[in-house]
Design a protein around this ligand. Structure first.
Ligand SMILES: [Zn+2]
Ligand SMILES: [Zn+2]
Ligand SMILES: [Zn+2]
Length: 394
């Protein structure tokens, strides 16, 4: 896609915002102001004949509602928001042409402590050509959408847009009511952010979600963005502090080598452990009892027993293909049973089933103490990192 031409830049001036009826300084007036971040290439909008300041040129019920409700928007970039003091807005509307376009800024905003709590609506400008629904995008959507507080598309109904704005207002009010954090250490601030995310989003029970990209095949959005690789240890610590309470969700099999739950279980040859085995590919000649692979019986287009040289005519009368037998293509062994082995997609090693470990996947409840800590901005004294990680559940 071509970069914005000079004419387009004039239509959509680069930040900082200076002109246009919908552009105001964030500090001006007392009405709630939202940051408007657009990842839609400006040249693309111009090519479609859309001209004027954002958001006036974007289709959809959302923009009319914003004006009706007196919610002003200021166009800025993700970088503007991430600068010190940049998160002074009440919320964010992140615009893009596709989920792929918004994922990166969405995750950056969610990861940063200054912007992690900001209510955020993703607006997808639906275009038939570049918004073709395919399985990867659908999968992607399922995982990224949990990091947005609402997703509105250009063809969403007014009711859907209104619900998204209502949610944004509710979260903005909850965030605004929070006092500045009292805890000083980086870790306690991160713990507080986790609790405050749950509190301001009204998440009482945090359920793990299926996620094939996670070592344990489960993720805890929207907390994953804040905690990152430390999330599991942070959550365990919050449990030990009584701020979260865990309940059983599921049990997963894990690799004894690396702890990854992405395991490929299959039957392998008991003799040589090759996974190159098939059932039902051998022939059993009833009369002489010979059992061998089917190719050994073919002779000039006919099935003939290689042991006694008798032709085999009728399946079920002369011979059978015993599905009960496992044939190994690697060592040629025939056996009634193989053995179960798992190949770990994390480390690539293979292990017999009896060596595979187990781990519990938990759901978490925000306790009364957790709500109180989130509301007042102080997490009780945090034990040292060593203590925190030793208690990780296995
Ligand atoms: Zn025979
Ligand atoms: Zn074998
Ligand atoms: Zn492994």
């Amino acid at each position: 896609m071509a970069r914005a031409s000079g004419i387009v830049s004039h239509i959509l001036p680069a930040h900082p915002p200076s002109v246009g009826p919908s552009r105001h300084s964030a500090t001006e007036g007392s009405e709630p102001t939202l940051a408007l971040i657009s990842t839609i290439p400006q040249g693309e909008l111009a090519q479609r004949g859309l001209a004027g300041p954002l958001p006036d040129l974007l289709p959809g019920a959302l923009w009319g509602l914003l004006r009706e409700q007196g919610l002003r928007t200021v166009q800025c970039s993700c970088e503007d928001l991430l600068q010190p003091g940049g998160a002074r807005y009440r919320g964010v509307i992140l615009c893009g042409n596709s989920p792929l376009a918004v994922v990166s800024p969405l995750m950056r905003l969610r990861r940063h402590p200054d912007t992690a709590l900001l209510p955020l609506i993703v607006y997808l400008h639906r275009d038939e050509a570049d918004f073709a629904v395919s399985p990867p995008v659908e999968w992607l959507r399922a995982s990224w959408a949990r990091y947005a507080d609402a997703v509105v598309e250009s063809d969403s109904s007014p009711a859907e847009a209104a619900a998204a704005l209502q949610r944004l207002r509710r979260i903005a009010a909850a965030v605004a009511a929070l006092p500045a954090p009292l805890s000083a250490s980086l870790r306690s601030q991160r713990l507080l952010l986790l609790l405050r995310t749950l509190l301001t989003r009204g998440i009482v029970s945090l359920q793990p979600e299926r996620d094939p990209h996670q070592p344990l095949c489960h993720a805890y959005p929207p907390l994953e963005a804040i905690g990152g690789e430390l999330l599991q240890a942070d959550i365990e610590l919050l449990c030990r502090l009584g701020l979260l309470e865990r309940t059983f969700f599921d049990r997963v099999c894990v690799c004894p080598g690396c702890g990854d739950a992405r395991l490929l279980f299959r039957e392998v040859c008991a003799a040589c452990l090759s996974p190159d085995v098939r059932r039902g590919e051998v022939i059993h000649h009833y009369r002489c009892g010979h059992v061998a692979q089917e190719p050994a019986f073919w002779r000039r287009g006919e099935l003939v027993c290689p042991a006694c040289c008798e032709p085999l005519r009728h399946i079920g009368i002369d011979y059978e293909r015993p599905a009960a037998l496992l044939h190994c293509h690697s060592c040629e062994q025939l056996a009634a049973e193989g053995t179960t082995q798992a190949r770990c997609l994390g480390c690539g090693q293979s292990y017999l089933a009896d060596r595979i470990g187990e781990r519990v996947v938990w759901s978490y409840l925000l306790t009364q103490e957790g709500r109180a800590a989130a509301a007042c901005g102080q997490v009780p004294a945090v034990p040292s990192i060593d203590e925190a990680t030793e208690g990780e559940s296995r």
